[in-house]
Design a protein around this ligand. Structure first.
Ligand code: ZN
Length: 319
């Protein structure tokens, strides 16, 4: 297929290098420790017992802080995504990350200062996938360690990042004129995605039972459902019916934006069942200001979407 003319402008950018983005902080032990704690891994050390940065942490060092687009002085102000903007301007408004590959030259150590540069590596031919029609765009970020005066900066690793910039296959069509006059339909609740791994849970809810997946190998209960026991790696499982009693382990109260069909304020709890597993569910029958962590709750099953959807929800009960 002949390429549209506007693609020439995009193709001219392939191979372009975008300038440095510096790290706010040198590689340091506190950030390494926190990262390892969150990931559930050990802090790596060398033979002499000195702290090494986990390789998979590479991208973290040069990230902005909580304030968007706030990069350290000397960092480039160029937009490395200009090819995506040009494609977007042609109506390919959606984007999905496709793959991300990290590769490493060596370990990074405490005290090193890093920066990265970005190269637009490639823009594919126009492709049509299940999502829609568009272009695969690949960027490569190269990470360098700044050398001491007089030395040469050393490349320590690389991050390949590929996205698909596309026009959705089934865009929402504007409502026909006849429909516009009709009364608006009640907006249904979005239904859960149900797979062979999770079907038992939703079937259980429909039957008024709160089911928890149980490993047949070691008896460990788990939720959310999955094919493999994270404890003993057995694929064999059955279910147990929960008592339906639990406590509010944590919760949030959604206030804004008010998205139908939910009522606001909308409290959503992380419920710890007495059996030990936790699940996310709406809390009903309580004023949002009255919900407390540790509050005892009991499950109830409520039907939505003309009875098509049954959801477990939790209502506070006396301790
Ligand atoms: Zn097991």
């Amino acid at each position: 297929m002949a390429e549209p003319e506007w693609m020439q402008e995009v193709r001219a950018l392939v191979g372009k290098e975008y300038g440095r983005v510096y790290a706010w902080d040198p590689v340091n032990a506190p950030m390494i420790r926190q990262w390892c704690e969150l990931m559930g891994t050990e802090v790596p050390t060398d033979e002499a017992g000195k702290v090494l940065a986990p390789p998979a942490m590479l991208q973290v060092w040069c990230m902005e802080g909580p304030v968007p687009n706030n990069y350290p002085p000397g960092s480039t102000t160029e937009n490395p995504y200009e090819a995506l903007k040009l494609i977007e301007a042609q109506g390919f408004a959606s984007v999905v990350a496709v793959n991300s590959e990290l590769s490493f030259e060596r370990y990074v150590r405490e005290g090193e200062k890093l920066y990265y540069t970005t190269r637009l590596d490639s823009v594919g031919e126009q492709k049509t996938t299940g999502l829609g029609t568009g272009y695969f765009v690949t960027l490569i970020m190269s990470y360098f360690s700044i050398a001491a005066a007089g030395g040469q900066d050393e490349k320590v690793g690389e991050l390949l990042f590929r996205v698909f910039k596309f026009r959705p296959a089934n865009p929402v069509k504007p409502a026909a004129k006849a429909d516009a006059a009709a009364a608006p339909k009640a907006i249904p609740r979005s239904a859960p995605g149900i797979s062979d791994d999770t079907r038992f849970f939703w079937d259980g809810a429909r039957a008024g039972k709160l089911l928890i997946q149980r490993c047949k190998g070691c008896g460990t209960l788990r939720h959310p459902p999955g094919p493999v026991c994270p404890h003993c790696h057995s694929f064999d499982w059955d279910t147990v019916e929960a008592s339906g009693l639990g406590t509010v382990y944590s919760f949030v109260v959604m206030h804004y934006p008010e998205v139908p069909p939910f009522e606001y304020p909308n409290p959503v709890g992380l419920i710890e069942l007495d059996e030990g597993t936790r699940l996310v569910a709406q809390i009903v029958g309580a004023k949002s200001g009255d919900i407390q962590i540790g509050q005892r709750v009991k499950v109830e099953f409520n039907a939505f979407n003309d009875g098509e959807l049954v959801l477990p929800q939790f209502r506070p009960v006396a301790p």
